[in-house]
Design a binder for this molecule. Structure first.
Ligand SMILES: Cc1cc2nc3c(=O)[nH]c(=O)nc-3n(C[C@H](O)[C@H](O)[C@H](O)COP(=O)(O)OP(=O)(O)OC[C@H]3O[C@@H](n4cnc5c(N)ncnc54)[C@H](O)[C@@H]3O)c2cc1C
Length: 439
């Protein structure tokens, strides 16, 4: 499927919706030399000044719409390069997908094909850089993953072999080895478990807020509760006037980091980005004793434990496919209709968690969230100028937690320096979008 550009007539039918954020095996094992080579290669490959170059001098003021983890990272990296930045958020920092996320940083077997895998590997390495720069709370404990069915488990073994060929130190562990790593986990009779030792997890709200605070220290202006309702390109060829609920704002360039809000891309970017945003339930507990050092991805469940002791639990399956759910999900709710329903979902996920963590004991629930994934149809990021207006740039992706650090870095360089990053070429808006059934 190719992207559809929207005419003004199409646009008049759209409205924005204001209804509808230690212990790797060895943390130093991130291959920094290889990362530097990638970045050096990227710079070389990008040396020619592209479409952004002739206008780079005009990029004095960049306005970013959306303060999720992606917009926050772009704001941080751009302001670090000396660009004047305004970050606009219609709710509060990290209140969208970056709140209801599992927040696993990875470059695992699901990241296919090779170029997307390499980008994800750089994503992991970039978080190590950012963690040092901003002292971020990221737990680098690796991940352990396995499946219940023999056939899926056999595929995992071949996926791990491919991971190794692509430079990941992933390997299959015996359950005894896995048990030594995570003594509190019941591996349910699995014989082998895939280990991805470079993986980490973060607190997405804390980290987004840290990025925004650092951007503000570098001079960025942050406006929460400010919704952008339109971008007017008619009055000034070089700049854009943003119509917002906090008054008109003039910008030389605009970045749409609006996450799963498809209406925002249609209305503000004037193109129809093929997306199929899917929901997922995330349960966060109050702090408990240390049970896990890394991420557990078992049949039906994902679990990790934050630095502060909170367990984060995610489910693998989406909502049951029935009429009642379909009706409720039309409005893309971020909360359950009432506390009783929220608690039923929390208890359902906790019951599964107890199967895998039998010593968990009594736990109190902190939050039950419905997260909506920003999911371009082919499962890959969409990063680059909009097809209808090269002064409006888009950065929308799943695995945005894994990719926020590298995306912020590369997007900032494209906008500030005016060079096209070759690494971002596969993720432009003019590609063909094929459906992939992941996530
Ligand atoms: C259940 C679930 C599990 C996930 N697990 C993982 C995982 O383990 N690892 C991983 O890497 N990724 C994961 N993801 C995906 C990841 O969370 C997202 O890719 C990432 O959070 C996207 O960040 P964002 O900043 O693009 O979007 P968001 O966080 O949604 O931010 C977009 C912001 O734009 C604002 N906005 C929209 N329109 C306007 C407007 N007109 N004016 C002003 N503001 C506007 C919104 O209010 C919102 O705050 C998961 C997602 C979900 C839902």
């Amino acid at each position: 499927m190719k992207i559809k550009k929207l005419s003004n007539d199409d646009m008049s039918k759209e409205k924005t919706s204001s209804r509808n954020v230690d212990t790797v095996e060895n943390p130093e094992s991130v291959n920094r030399r290889r990362f530097s080579q990638w970045l050096a290669g990227a710079s070389l490959a990008s040396a020619s000044v592209g479409v952004f170059g002739k206008e780079a001098a005009d990029n004095k003021h960049v306005t970013i719409i959306g303060a999720g983890i992606i917009g926050s990272s772009i704001a941080y990296h751009l302001s670090k390069l000396g660009v004047r930045v305004t970050l606009l958020e219609r709710e509060t920092v990290a209140s969208g997908a970056s709140h209801g996320t599992f927040a696993w940083i990875n470059a695992t077997w699901a990241k296919q094909p090779k170029h997307y895998h390499a980008f994800s590997q750089m994503g992991v390495a970039s978080w190590h850089r950012l963690q040092k720069e901003l002292n971020l709370p990221i737990v680098w404990g690796g991940s352990l993953e396995w499946f219940a069915s023999d056939s899926r488990q056999a595929r995992l073994v071949s996926d791990i072999t491919q991971q190794q060929a692509w430079g990941e130190p992933a390997r299959m562990l015996t359950v005894a080895e896995a048990q030594a790593r995570e003594p509190a986990v019941d591996f349910h009779g699995a014989t082998h478990v895939a280990s991805s030792p470079r993986d980490g997890a973060l607190d997405p709200v804390l980290v987004s807020k840290a990025l925004v605070a650092a951007a503000a220290r570098q001079g960025a202006q942050i406006l929460e509760h400010c919704e952008v309702t339109d971008i007017d390109s008619s009055t000034d060829k070089k700049g854009r006037i943003l119509r917002t609920t906090c008054g008109p704002i003039m910008a030389d360039r605009v970045v749409l980091a609006t996450g799963p809000d498809r209406v925002a891309v249609k209305l503000l970017g004037r193109f129809d980005l093929p997306q199929r945003s899917t929901p997922g339930v995330i349960v966060v507990t109050r702090p408990v004793k240390r049970l896990l050092s890394g991420i557990i991805v078992g049949p039906g469940i994902h679990i990790h434990q934050r630095m502060d002791g909170r367990l984060v639990i995610g489910e693998q399956e989406g909502a049951p496919d029935n009429a009642a759910h379909a009706l409720r999900l039309v409005e893309r709710p971020k909360r359950f209709p009432n506390e009783l329903v929220a608690d039923q979902h929390a208890q359902r996920l906790l019951a599964t968690t107890r199967d895998f963590l039998p010593s968990i004991g009594e736990v109190e629930i902190d939050e039950v969230i419905i997260g909506w994934r920003p999911l371009p149809l082919d499962g890959h990021p969409v990063i680059g100028p909009c097809p209808t207006d090269d002064r409006v740039y888009v950065a929308i992706m799943h695995s945005g937690v894994s990719l926020a650090a590298i995306t912020g870095d590369l997007v900032a360089r494209e906008l500030a320096d005016g060079v096209e990053m070759a690494l971002l070429q596969p993720f432009r808006t003019d590609r063909v979008f094929d459906t992939k059934n992941r996530y």
